[in-house]
Design a protein around this ligand. Structure first.
Ligand code: ZN
Length: 434
């Protein structure tokens, strides 16, 4: 047994606030002792409350912030780390799509493994222990990409829980070819059906078909929805209506949902009501949206500066009881040239961009417990008896320190082992070294 003493744990991620513990809304932490037995957390109590455990090893966290391992609910491991050979020269969504569609010819098994493997090692070093990746699911690449992700899932089992979701046009599910691609992904262990939606008169029928396919196969759905600043983009609303029409009761998640923020307010409010009724979770991808949304390509128009920054209505969704997570999305590819699979960085960006500091205590859920719930891992992302023993110990004692220095050094605790993993060197990805 390992006892972690004097850990400053985010109050929202504890099973219950220890009796008598005062939680400051600006520093919402509780000083705790955490007992770990094998791969699980055995007990959590306010510091001093666990009593003496004569045979246990002890680690004094000294009041450092201790988070449960992060959960990255939405990434693209097949596209990642292609920026050096497939950059986006205009920074627009359209160029991201076309640039990466051309890069796909380089996606050999070795190339996918090298880039995705590098990403997993990076995420691991930063303290992430569960990841859901979307995987482009087009012929002739689908079998290879899903095969590589399935192999990585097996390789990383016990360290990172790796989930996959197929990414294809939502309209494809209405065709026999699309149905085959869905089954290909599921054969390789996909956790849900997914895709990107586009407004059309056929959308309701396409969604009905997608929901029927998912129900037949007993899996949920995780979609890319309305990633634009176009108020006429209402795929989110159509999906919520379709979920309610089908009385679909498997997990449903929508990523992005940007256009919700530029719609008529009463319309947006009613769409949020539908999302709540349909129990649809939302995953916001703040950094990728910051890069792509509101970009003005060189033009004589005034102003040229970005005004619309792409966030969905996070507070209004939360107020309505809709679960919201934040995630990395694209990292170092034509959709987003930055990022490092560091959820502390994603969290700090989310807090700053979306003013999550107005509810700091609950805000930590976006990269931990809510992210875990939305991808079907309800034991992850909290520090509670029975949860997997994956902890991150920051060289920071307060939220204000971590949010000021999200790249703070950290140690990880996995099971009863304490270690200080190193992020891999970018030079490994340099084509000249291979
Ligand atoms: Zn995405």
């Amino acid at each position: 047994m390992l006892i972690v003493r004097r850990a400053s744990v985010p109050a929202a991620l504890l099973p219950a606030r220890p009796a008598g513990a005062h939680v400051d809304p600006l520093e919402p932490i509780v000083l705790c002792d955490v007992a770990i037995e094998g791969a699980r957390i055995a007990a959590v109590a306010a510091t001093g409350g666990l009593g003496l455990k004569p045979l246990a090893r002890e680690f004094d966290a000294g009041g450092s912030l201790v988070f449960p391992a992060f959960v990255d609910a939405h990434v693209h491991l097949d596209k990642t780390h292609t920026w050096h050979r497939a950059p986006n020269r205009t920074g627009t969504f359209f160029d991201a799509l076309t640039t990466l569609s051309h890069d796909r010819e380089h996606w050999t098994e070795a190339d996918l493994r090298r880039r995705a493997g590098f990403a997993l090692r990076t995420a691991w070093a930063h303290g992430t222990r569960a990841i859901r990746t979307h995987v482009d699911t087009l012929l002739p690449w689908a079998e290879r990409s899903h095969g590589v992700m399935a192999a990585l899932r097996a390789e990383w089992r016990g360290r990172i829980e790796l989930q996959t979701v197929p990414l294809l046009g939502g309209e494809a599910y209405a065709t026999p070819a699309g149905e085959k691609l869905a089954d290909l992904a599921l054969r390789h262990g996909a956790s849900a059906l997914g895709g990107f939606l586009q407004m059309s008169a056929a959308l309701p029928a396409q969604l009905d078909r997608l929901l029927a396919l998912a129900r037949e196969r007993g899996v949920g759905i995780d979609l890319h929805v309305d990633e634009s600043g176009n108020p006429a983009a209402e795929c989110l609303r159509h999906f919520a209506e379709a979920v309610l029409r089908a009385q679909f009761d498997l997990p449903v998640v929508c990523g992005h949902c940007c256009s919700l923020a530029v719609q008529n307010h009463s319309r947006a409010r009613s769409t949020i009501g539908l999302l709540h009724e349909a129990r649809i979770g939302v995953i916001s991808l703040p950094q990728c949206n910051l890069y792509l949304q509101g970009r003005r390509v060189p033009t004589a128009d005034f102003p040229r500066s970005p005004l619309w920054r792409g966030l969905t209505l996070i507070h209004d969704l939360l107020d309505a009881g809709v679960r919201v997570a934040c995630a990395s999305d694209n990292v170092r590819d034509a959709f987003h040239p930055y990022g490092d699979y560091d959820l502390a960085d994603v969290y700090a960006h989310s807090v700053r961009l979306a003013h999550l500091d107005s509810g700091l205590a609950e805000s930590v859920r976006v990269v931990t417990s809510t992210a875990a719930d939305l991808i079907g891992l309800p034991h992850y992302g909290r520090i509670a008896p029975g949860a997997p023993a994956h902890l991150v110990v920051f060289d920071a004692h307060r939220f204000s320190e971590l949010l000021s220095r999200p790249g703070a050094a950290r140690r990880c605790i996995d099971g009863e082992e304490i270690h200080a993993p190193h992020v891999p060197d970018f030079a490994e990805l340099d084509d000249r070294s291979s």
